[in-house]
Design a protein around this ligand. Structure first.
Ligand code: ZN
Length: 488
């Protein structure tokens, strides 16, 4: 007995020693840099140029018939007026009728170009919510330190921050060493089929392989990760996929006075419930795992201990992550039953019923594995299961150990001192995924500081960009272009 207790005590000591060793070795992975000297900018002029751009209602509607070409052409002209040096020194091409591709020649034209993405289209304002906006969504008002309106953040803010940076550098006589390409899509919010995909086809036909691609899809977030007070720059290195799966049931119909135990409506409902009750498994891996590897060393001891020792604490950490919808989405393929319909009259048995479940696919899972999961869980021959068109696979993970991720991380730490940089799994869709055929170095990051309340404004009510954030975004792109190309 005494022997067993002694062994147990030694075992416990050994585990504690391993835990502590691993925690101590879990050191900071942040690049050490000096803050960059900011360039001089006219903050008010910057804000005004962006604000006026929000007046162009460059809306991507689901119904192509509502597309308003004049708004896009108006914005194109406005860009030419507002950025004269950009338009004198860069080649501008229109692609897919309304998207724009700018080429800034490098001093060493054979170098791989840098490719900066943004999109000019915006989502509509949901009808009935217009009067909930503090300032009208397409008025382009500057007030209370913010630029208010649809597109101020997503994503005209990026279009303008990039162009302001290039204009500023040109005014200073700067020429990049490597070429710099700017690609501004016009249909990102409806999939990028005419914009991003055609730009990619054009670049492929020219055999252009960028050094890296930078798009929206991450930001500097504050107050979202428990235990970490400093801002965290979340740089998207991968993007989830998506598939909508239709469940449908046919039935003979008849009068509702003599029904079978389950109608088509009942059978479909039960199938939906089974799928909701049996979600895809939680997997702390890929970009999300690497986020914790990057951020963990900066956290207080208890968190550091857990994250340095996932061999023991994985289940605890995963349980914590699934407890909120936002973090749950970073560790599993999510299940969202979004549509259900069936039946025509209250006393008629339905001859068919259908439901649609939208899945956002974690890298590592696939469209096929999701459909297979649904079949296995539904397990009912009466329910027909099929993926709807438009599915897309999750992307590959972009590398973090090469010079491209480093230049982005370095620039973030130079322009936003004290910010921790980490990789991130982008939950929504972006144009960036279309660029996978050109390079694996695809990063998603908008250089603005946001807290949770800012994020719900995107695609929502009262979208706004703080004037200070916008100025920082311009500084970021100035520094990124300098760091990437290097002066001649
Ligand atoms: Zn966007």
């Amino acid at each position: 007995m005494k022997r067993i207790l002694t062994l147990l005590a030694f075992g416990a000591l050994a585990v504690i020693a391993v835990l502590l060793m691993r925690t101590l070795r879990f050191g900071s992975k942040q690049i050490q840099v000096q803050p960059a000297a900011p360039v001089v900018l006219d903050r008010q002029a910057l804000a005004t140029r962006l604000a006026q751009a929000l007046q162009f209602q460059t809306i991507s509607h689901q119904d192509p018939g509502q597309f308003d070409r004049e708004q896009f052409l108006g914005l194109h002209n406005y860009l030419a007026e507002q950025f004269p040096l950009v338009h004198a020194h860069l080649k501008r091409e229109t692609v897919g009728d309304f998207s724009l591709l700018y080429t800034w020649e490098g001093a060493e034209p054979t170098r791989k170009p840098v490719l900066l993405l943004a999109h000019m289209d915006v989502v509509p304002v949901e009808p009935g919510t217009e009067d909930k906006w503090r300032y009208p969504p397409f008025a382009g008002r500057i007030a209370e330190g913010f630029i208010w309106g649809r597109g101020s953040v997503d994503d005209k803010g990026s279009v303008f921050a990039i162009l302001e940076a290039v204009e500023t550098l040109l005014r200073a006589g700067f020429q990049p060493r490597a070429p710099v390409l700017l690609a501004f899509g016009h249909d990102e919010e409806i999939g990028g089929e005419r914009g991003a995909q055609q730009i990619v086809a054009l670049l492929q036909s020219r055999r252009i392989q960028p050094e890296y691609v930078l798009d929206e899809g991450g930001a500097i977030i504050q107050g979202m990760i428990p235990g970490i007070a400093v801002p965290v720059a979340a740089v998207g290195i991968a993007e989830k996929g998506s598939v909508s799966v239709e469940l449908s049931v046919r039935a003979p119909g008849g009068h509702s006075s003599s029904p079978p135990p389950h109608t088509a409506v009942g059978t479909v409902s039960a199938a939906v419930q089974r799928v909701e009750d049996n979600q895809m498994p939680v997997e702390l891996r890929g970009a999300t795992l690497r986020l914790f590897e990057a951020v963990g060393p900066e956290m207080p001891f208890a968190y550091r201990l857990a994250l340095a020792n996932l061999w023991l604490f994985r289940a605890v950490v995963e349980r914590q992550l699934v407890s909120t919808p936002a973090t749950n989405a970073t560790v599993r393929t999510t299940t969202a039953a979004t549509m259900i319909e069936g039946g025509v009259k209250e006393n008629v048995l339905p001859t068919n019923a259908r439901a649609v479940i939208n899945f956002r696919i974690l890298p590592g899972d696939s469209v096929d594995s999701v459909v297979e999961h649904v079949r296995r869980i539904v397990n009912d021959a009466q329910v027909e299961i099929r993926p709807l068109p438009g599915a897309r696979e999750p992307t590959a993970d972009a590398p973090m150990d090469g010079p491209s991720f480093s230049v982005v991380a370095r620039t973030i730490r130079e322009v936003f001192p004290g910010t921790i940089v980490g990789p991130y799994l982008t939950i929504g869709g972006t144009d960036a995924r279309s660029y996978e055929p050109l390079t694996q170095n695809i990063y998603r990051f908008t250089p603005i500081i946001a807290d949770p309340s800012d994020l719900i404004r995107i695609h929502g009510i009262n979208e706004r960009m703080s004037v200070e954030n916008f100025e920082h975004a311009v500084q970021f792109f100035v520094q990124l272009i300098k760091n990437s190309g290097g002066a001649r």
